[in-house]
Write a protein that binds this ligand. Structure first.
Ligand SMILES: Cc1cc2nc3c(=O)[nH]c(=O)nc-3n(C[C@H](O)[C@H](O)[C@H](O)COP(=O)(O)OP(=O)(O)OC[C@H]3O[C@@H](n4cnc5c(N)ncnc54)[C@H](O)[C@@H]3O)c2cc1C
Length: 343
């Protein structure tokens, strides 16, 4: 079935599009190329859209639609939902593709409802079967994968990052068509008064990082000298994270220790937890340290392409097919040496 595909993306503070928006653009292009007689348009929302439109001017879209203005500088449900509703109607889109970021995950399900369409969130890939779109997503904490197709249109698809390479192409001059939805004061009831975020060197979760560094409970356990060395562990882990700009993950046991009144690594929270009841990040490489590699933890490594682990125990879970390489070694010593080398 021929589709009219609309890429919906938000303009970053830099004035350009994020990597995940460019990945969604790659997805829109791939759909157009794979579904006969299909076409696509780009739709941007932001305070100023020109630079971002020019960034993707040569992507091959039919139309470059935009909702622009101060009302759209920051994420706000009321104004964002109206903007996308107007864009989908203007394009008469049958499939809407957007990056699964916090802005669109919150807004687009409501837009699909307003348009009497359907939405699928956390989509991790898609296939074309007999010229028709089918999407893939995981359920039950990444344990079951489903393939779905839908007859209802418009079909809104929120794509997780990391499944396609970001679109790259020459910039140019895009012919922007501006859409002006009528924004009333009642839609402006919510206003963002600022952003509270950790200062950048305290930020340990970095979805864009090449490497995921995982700390396990072993860092807080008694070591061969019969003592715990939690302050040393803190220094070694933070030193490694800062030098490599990698993202910090944790096992559940380690983040739970705080609640059990034990010595803990102060910079870890449940947001760092990887696994069945934690996150399933997408990094090219992963390095696990002082973590046993049990199934409820390693299930969160499903999308990590190259996995390595450092553990004193040659019979740990990583040795049983969970890692590509297991270093049977003392992580305190290995990370001390690595940090020296990284100087
Ligand atoms: C329903 C359910 C859901 C769960 N969900 C999750 C989840 O989402 N994420 C998760 O992580 N867990 C989860 N768990 C818990 C999981 O089963 C494990 O208990 C947990 O992952 C163990 O954490 P750990 O490997 O850090 O700690 P431990 O099992 O205590 O392992 C510590 C490891 O450190 C090693 N070690 C110690 N010192 C050193 C050293 N100097 N150098 C190298 N290695 C060293 C030891 O050999 C040991 O293997 C879940 C469990 C259940 C029942």
């Amino acid at each position: 079935m021929a589709e009219y595909i609309l890429l919906v993306a938000d303009v970053e503070n830099s004035g350009l599009l994020s990597k995940s928006s460019l990945e969604a653009l790659s997805a829109a292009k791939r759909l157009v190329e794979s579904i006969p007689a299909s076409r696509f348009a780009v739709a941007l929302v932001g305070e100023k859209v020109e630079a971002a439109m020019d960034q993707v001017a040569t992507c091959g879209a039919d139309r470059f639609l935009a909702v622009e203005g101060a009302d759209f500088a920051q994420s706000r449900y009321g104004t964002d939902a109206l903007a996308v509703e107007a864009l989908v109607k203007a394009a008469q889109a049958t499939v809407v593709v957007a990056p699964a970021n916090s802005r669109w995950n919150r807004v687009l399900p409501g837009v699909a409802h307003r348009l009497n369409g359907r939405v699928d969130t956390h989509v991790t890939s898609f296939t074309i079967a007999g010229g028709n779109l089918e999407i893939n997503r995981w359920y039950y904490r990444q344990r079951m994968e489903a393939t779905l197709k839908r007859a209802q249109r418009p079909w809104v698809v929120l794509l997780e990052s990391g499944f396609l390479a970001a679109w790259i192409g020459a910039s140019g001059k895009a012919p922007i068509e501006k859409i002006n939805p009528a924004i009333t004061d009642s839609l402006r009831r919510t206003s963002a008064i600022g952003i509270k975020a950790p200062v950048s060197d305290q930020q340990t979760i970095r979805p864009e990082a090449e490497l995921l560094f995982v700390a396990g409970a072993g860092w807080t356990k008694k070591q061969p000298d019969g003592q715990t060395h939690v302050p040393d562990a803190e220094k070694l882990i933070l030193g490694f994270i800062r030098k490599t700009r990698s993202s910090l993950g944790s096992s559940k046991s380690l983040v739970d220790l705080g609640g059990e009144g034990q010595a803990i690594l102060s910079f870890l929270s449940h947001l760092n937890q990887i696994g069945q009841t934690g996150a399933t990040p997408r990094h090219a490489k992963g390095l696990s340290t002082c973590c046993h590699g049990e199934e409820p933890h390693t299930v969160g490594w499903r999308f990590i392409s190259e996995r390595r682990a450092i553990n004193l125990d040659p019979n740990c879970g990583w040795a049983r097919g969970k890692a590509d390489v297991l270093y049977v070694a003392d992580a305190f010593k290995v990370i001390t040496l690595l940090n020296e080398m990284l100087k």
